[in-house]
Design a protein around this ligand. Structure first.
Ligand SMILES: NC(=O)C1=CN([C@@H]2O[C@H](COP(=O)(O)OP(=O)(O)OC[C@H]3O[C@@H](n4cnc5c(N)ncnc54)[C@H](OP(=O)(O)O)[C@@H]3O)[C@@H](O)[C@H]2O)C=CC1
Ligand SMILES: CC(=O)C(=O)O
Ligand SMILES: [Mg+2]
Length: 648
């Protein structure tokens, strides 16, 4: 039986006996604990000093003095599931689940205010303040969550420097998670450039200096042989999406080593805000195998291993241990999204683990899907079918060859032409010039399918003038490479040249929106990886689109999760593309846009999720049966809500 003085808090502290109260997420339990064992940390002094392990029942928990609530997120899922299925966790629907320690929390008021999952700040009602020992810990006023959002926006807008806004947002995420997501969802177009590209790039570059509270899980070479143990230190048990990087190609900023952590953290914030995956199901991971970035190695504030990158067998073994441990710890339905790996590892990891794990490479596959969607939509503005167009890429790495391949697959599907023939409509330029057959022997494997018969060409401008593409796509990671001459050449033989500058962050964009519109005399159909503001040209306002995989991965992931899909298939990427393209309205087209606005992203994500799930069911890769009748409605019903819950 439980004997309580003042308050109790469920955590894994009872098992470890050594964890400090409320450092990071505290609703977890050592996953290997037998399910019948209830682990309760008794807090007699508002601390977890003297934690004990004991058995308990749900009733006992509820009888305890200060029971807050079952996991609010679990409630979201259970509510939409009508208590009958488990969208967000295998064992969520059963009563037994609700007595497991990670789904029920009991806290002192003081601790409650410091738990980002439950904290509501001034929005705690008087009744809640009474019930949860909050009296006196807050000033008397009670305000709504909407007013809190308004106030935070006011504070954030006062910061002129984007990095300060980023830090304010990260601070909010660590302080009051629901408020963070409410704000991000309600102000998505304004806040996306802060928590995501371009600002997240600068944050990664300066991560060591701005680092305060750790976010995500660091798996370094030091942990080799003990990765399962590291995973078990993470307090959440029902992880559904992991975004993992090794920091070697962070946006177009190169090797940022361990400081790449900003990317998984940012991507997963989007999984929740844009795709509705609950935050506690998301795990950001950075694999630290060292860095070859001399500046960071010599930076006294660098947070990672101070050694050059491990490669070869040492690297492979660490990654394999990680992949094996993830599956062992979270099961086979956890989605592992590879992010910002260098291409010499990215393609191999995807190929190696694609057959055994639910893996998705955002840079190769997510980017491909978002760009194909934009191109399909662009056809409404430029005419013809995909097969009628000629595509030229600057950059033949993950993004470039990934997009090229999906375009070829779609052309082949639409025309019944062999994929090899479809590839002939697509040309790529890398740092050595046009990829042609005479270079084949020395090419990396992912470039070989693009080595067409042609004379060697050294420069992009020469390639543009020779090949005369209708679509020019920048995936080089090098800024200002679409020069005036290049854009003018595109505009000289295309009435409406399609120009996509995909490289991130803004500094690496192949050209700016202003350059694209002015150099093409306002005729370009333009989109970029990082956002640009509208451009005035000859009395007309041009609104550039944002071609970023953020349109795809949140909905794509949601579709996989909600259908219990066990493997990613190319047809799912095509389905996601079609779903996104279908969301572009006539009004968007009238404004020259080939992507819908981000403000509708949750609806868009629901449609993408539904299409991906439908494809998964069709392919027999979905395990959650029976298939829901209305997948869009189902996707919407599964989405995390950032609104506060009432703590009874
Ligand atoms: N908008 C979006 O959603 C996304 C944008 N990106 C962005 O795309 C960029 C590239 O990413 P990724 O494909 O993964 O990177 P990779 O390193 O895999 O590929 C970069 C490619 O660019 C080529 N390149 C580099 N410099 C030049 C140059 N001066 N002239 C011509 N080609 C050059 C490289 O050539 P070589 O092979 O010879 O070295 C390589 O083929 C990044 O900036 C990234 O942020 C990536 C994913 C999604
Ligand atoms: C957007 C993205 O994934 C990248 O630039 O790498
Ligand atoms: Mg990326």
């Amino acid at each position: 039986m439980i004997s309580l003085n003042r308050s109790i808090y469920l955590s894994n502290a009872g098992i470890s006996g050594s964890c400090s109260p409320f450092s990071g997420r505290q609703r977890g339990v050592v996953p290997s604990a037998p399910s019948s064992l209830r682990v309760v940390a008794v807090n007699s002094n508002r601390d977890l000093n003297g934690s004990v392990v004991m058995e308990s029942t749900l009733k006992e928990m509820r009888d305890a003095t200060n029971v807050i609530d079952v996991d609010a997120n679990a409630n979201d899922a259970a509510a939409v599931a009508g208590g009958s299925h488990d969208v967000y966790g295998e064992d969520m629907a059963t009563e037994d689940h609700f007595v497991t320690p990670w789904s029920l929390s009991v806290a002192s008021g003081y601790s409650l205010l410091r738990d980002p999952h439950y904290n509501k700040g001034l929005a705690f009602t008087d009744k809640e303040r009474d019930a949860h020992y909050l009296k006196g810990l807050l000033p008397p006023t009670v305000i709504s969550q909407d007013l809190q959002v308004k106030k935070m926006m006011h504070i954030i807008r006062q910061y002129q420097v984007p990095l300060q806004r980023y830090m304010a947002m990260m601070d909010l995420q660590e302080r009051n998670e629901k408020l963070f997501y409410k704000l991000l969802i309600n102000h998505v177009e304004e806040m996306l450039p802060i928590v995501y590209t371009p600002t997240v790039g600068e944050a990664c570059q300066k991560y060591g200096s701005i680092f305060s509270r750790p976010q995500g899980l660091y798996v370094s070479l030091k942990e080799k042989g003990r990765i399962l143990e590291v995973l078990r230190n993470w307090p959440e048990k029902n992880i559904q999406v992991i975004v993992v990087t090794d920091g070697e190609r962070i946006l177009g900023l190169g090797d940022l080593g361990c400081q790449g952590m900003g990317i998984p953290v940012g991507k997963l914030a989007l999984y929740t805000a844009l795709g509705g995956v609950r935050p506690s199901a998301c795990l950001p991971v950075t694999i630290d195998v060292g860095t070859n970035n001399e500046k960071l190695l010599n930076d006294e504030f660098y947070i990672g291993l101070r050694q050059r990158r491990a490669t070869g067998q040492e690297y492979d073994e660490l990654l394999h241990e990680f992949m094996t441990a993830v599956k062992q710890n979270y099961g086979e339905k956890v989605l592992i999204q590879f992010e910002d790996f260098a291409n010499h590892n990215a393609f191999d990891l995807l190929a190696k683990y694609g057959a055994t794990h639910l893996v998705f490479n955002d840079d190769i596959q997510g980017t491909a899907s978002v760009v194909l969607a934009g191109l399909v939509a662009a056809l409404k503005l430029v005419g013809g079918t995909l097969a009628d167009h000629t595509f030229l890429f600057l950059g033949a790495g993950e993004a470039g060859t990934g997009i090229a391949e999906l375009i070829a697959l779609e052309i082949s599907k639409q025309t019944n032409m062999p994929v090899d023939d479809a590839r002939k409509k697509i040309w790529l330029v890398d740092s050595k010039g046009l990829i042609v057959s005479s270079r084949r022997e020395s090419l990396q494997h992912f470039k070989k399918p693009w080595a067409h018969d042609h004379e060697p060409i050294k420069t992009l401008l020469d390639a543009v003038n020779d090949i005369k593409p209708t679509v020019l796509i920048g995936t080089s990671g090098v800024g200002r490479t679409f020069t005036k001459e290049v854009v003018e050449a595109m505009a000289s033989f295309n009435e409406k040249p399609v120009i996509l500058s995909l490289s991130n962050p803004t500094s690496q964009s192949e050209c700016t929106a202003e350059e694209a519109y002015t150099w093409s005399q306002g005729r370009a159909i333009f989109a970029s990886g990082s956002p640009f503001p509208p451009v005035e040209y000859e009395g007309k306002t041009f609104i550039p689109g944002q071609a970023n995989n953020a349109y795809i991965f949140p909905g794509f992931g949601l579709g996989l999760i909600m259908s219990g899909t066990i493997r990613v298939h190319d047809d799912m990427l095509l389905a996601a593309s079609e779903a996104l393209a279908a969301q572009v309205s006539q009004e968007n087209f009238d404004n020259g846009l080939i992507y819908p606005p981000f403000r509708n992203i949750r609806k868009i994500s629901a449609h993408i999720a539904a299409s991906v799930a439908a494809k998964a069911y069709e392919l027999g890769l979905a395990t959650r049966l029976p298939q829901p009748k209305d997948l869009v409605q189902y996707a919407e019903s599964c989405m995390y809500s950032p609104s506060y819950r009432s703590y009874r």
